[in-house]
Design a protein around this ligand. Structure first.
Ligand SMILES: [Zn+2]
Length: 577
């Protein structure tokens, strides 16, 4: 184990040496696996125990069917214990059946949405990577079009993702009403407003993310070996929180515990995402939940605590080959954009200030974004484009839409991309500070059609709530960050991996599409003091007719504010007559 692990850590640090993050990481390594995020004003109470406490379990890449089946089959006794269930029955838990991810169904957009209650077009984080016109900035909390672990590490060392979001987090919103609130966040990417961030050991963190990068550059690890790396990451997270619980510190009012290994493993496992996730959840995640349950019980901190389980997105198996990965190596989209007369920004985090690019691409599995400059203002080779200005609709946006549409039909510029696209979405651009128009489907010849109308004419039975979720992504003040064109690959609409394309390096599974497989999320709300039916009635009312993942914030705020009246511990029930 020493050798491969050593190699991975070295690779991670080598990748990091080019950036300023290194000193911060060293600092973290020596100060331990915690970041104190805020001080308490003198005289403030150490916590706010009068309101119901919450444990929020956040899982990455776990679809609804997979998790619910494992629980009902009795294969996750550790999680069942946290939910007050036994042998596949859950008298104190509501299993919601309607929760959907935001679009794209991808980690960074999804978690910011979940933990803020606002959609991407409002909070501004539209994907794992995306372009910010007004800052001429390529934001990449989880790079897809190129390989680098530095930005992902910066999420933990420098609040990189928190700083990209322009709205308050659920913790900040709770604190408005409840200034003494004590919040611990374990490994989650979003933690603004919490008191303490708890992390797996830095070396473990670096090696896990480096391993994900390794896979992207195709130095294969066997399934067993990659599972071991991700297991160390999740184990490290749980061990950190258990150690703190045992230190007899004041119990947090809200404890968020995030495990990302299931997603990381599903992306790369040769056994395919469904089997990979079942195996990983049963063998790795569940025993860790069992240990967490025991540690909470030792502190008598489980009874009476709301336990909420959620996830960010599902998974869809893809072919691990050059035909289906529309990757950076192949540069398919560059050829099309160049042919259409644009200077294409290279796939990297930073370019020179005077780089004269006039087109930007951001990748994200089933979806890719294309951003265009108004090239009339930077027509000559070395002209730097003014990205604060929107592009022109006919001369820039529709010209590029036609290039992609034509190639999709005929394959005459990039043969490999013929027939790869399900939808090319465009809208008339607005200045970046204004509310953006919703996307429409480009039909060729300069014509477009509303998304819902197009889907009526071209049924996609595996897609769900496409129009509403695309508006959440693109039709508000930060909507331009979802691109002037959104390319949706054939992926979640296809039954078998050999018909699916994805914008990324080589993987065995990806996500991002509006399909049920990528979008249907588990959402469980449990408390030993309440019955399933009464929890369910309230949760379903909150989800309403837009059961999208931003409602998680409403549920967490509601629980904390006592929307379901707390019974007195010891079964002297106040709500039974
Ligand atoms: Zn993922």
């Amino acid at each position: 184990m020493g050798t491969s692990r050593g190699v991975l850590v070295t690779l991670a640090l080598a990748g990091l040496c080019a950036c300023a993050a290194v000193p911060r990481i060293v600092e973290l390594a020596t100060t331990g696996d915690h970041r104190a995020l805020r001080g308490r004003p003198a005289g403030a109470r150490p916590s706010s125990p009068d309101k119901p406490p919450i444990l929020y379990l956040a899982l990455d890449g776990v679809g609804r069917d997979t998790l619910y089946a494992l629980l009902r089959e009795g294969k996750m006794p550790g999680l069942a214990k946290l939910l007050g269930g036994d042998h596949g029955t859950f008298p104190h838990a509501h299993f919601a059946e309607r929760m959907l991810s935001t679009l794209p169904s991808s980690t960074m957009a999804a978690w910011v949405t979940t933990m803020s209650g606002k959609p991407p077009s409002e909070h501004g984080v539209t994907g794992n990577e995306y372009f910010v016109r007004e800052g001429r900035l390529f934001a990449c909390p989880a790079p897809v079009s190129f390989s680098s672990v530095a930005p992902t590490i910066a999420i933990y060392t420098e609040s990189y993702l928190d700083n990209l979001s322009s709205v308050p987090t659920v913790y900040e919103r709770m604190r408005e009403k409840d200034p003494d609130l004590l919040v611990w966040v374990v490994m989650h990417e979003i933690y603004r407003g919490a008191d303490k961030l708890l992390l797996a050991r830095k070396t473990v963190l670096a090696s896990a993310f480096a391993s994900a990068v390794e896979k992207a550059v195709e130095k294969h690890l066997a399934d067993k070996e990659s599972m071991r790396v991700y297991k160390e990451l999740d184990e490290g997270a749980i061990e950190t929180v258990i150690a703190d619980l045992r230190k007899k510190e004041v119990m947090p009012d809200v404890l968020t515990v995030y495990l990302s290994g299931t997603d990381l493993y599903a992306h790369v496992a040769e056994e395919g995402p469904d089997q990979a996730r079942r195996t990983y959840l049963e063998k790795i995640v569940d025993p860790l939940y069992g240990r967490l349950a025991a540690a909470l019980e030792e502190r008598e901190a489980l009874a009476g605590r709301w336990v909420v389980v959620g996830a960010d997105h599902g998974h869809t198996g893809v072919m691990h080959d050059d035909t289906h990965a529309l990757s950076k190596e192949n540069e398919d989209s560059r050829a099309l954009l160049s042919r259409a007369g644009f200077r294409v920004r290279p796939f990297k985090e930073k370019v020179l200030k005077d780089d004269p690019f006039s087109a930007v691409r951001a990748y994200g599995g089933a979806m890719a974004y294309v951003y265009l400059a108004d090239r009339s203002g930077c027509a000559v080779d070395k002209d730097v484009c003014d990205w604060k200005k929107p592009p022109r609709y006919e001369e820039d946006v529709l010209a590029v839409a036609e290039a992609f549409h034509h190639n999709d039909q005929h394959g005459d510029v990039v043969a490999r991309m013929q027939g790869a696209l399900d939808m090319i979405l465009v809208r008339r651009p607005r200045p970046y500070a204004e509310v953006d128009l919703p996307f429409e489907v480009y039909l060729g010849g300069g014509k477009t059609m509303a998304v819902d109308a197009w889907l009526k004419e071209n049924p996609h039975p595996t897609y769900v709530a496409v129009g509403a979720r695309l508006r959440d992504l693109a039709a508000d003040v930060h909507g331009e960050r979802a691109g002037d064109l959104l390319l949706l690959a054939h992926n979640g609409d296809r039954d078998a991996p050999d018909g699916r394309y994805y914008f990324a390096g080589l993987y065995h599974s990806w996500h991002g599409s509006p399909s049920k497989g990528d979008s249907e999320l588990p959402f469980i709300v449990a408390s030993s003091e309440h019955a399933s039916a009464s929890i369910g009635a309230w949760v379903e009312r909150v989800l309403g007719d837009r059961p999208f993942q931003q409602k998680t914030t409403d549920v967490l705020l509601g629980l904390r504010e006592g929307a379901l009246p707390r019974r007195i511990p010891g079964n002297r029930s106040s709500s039974t007559p």
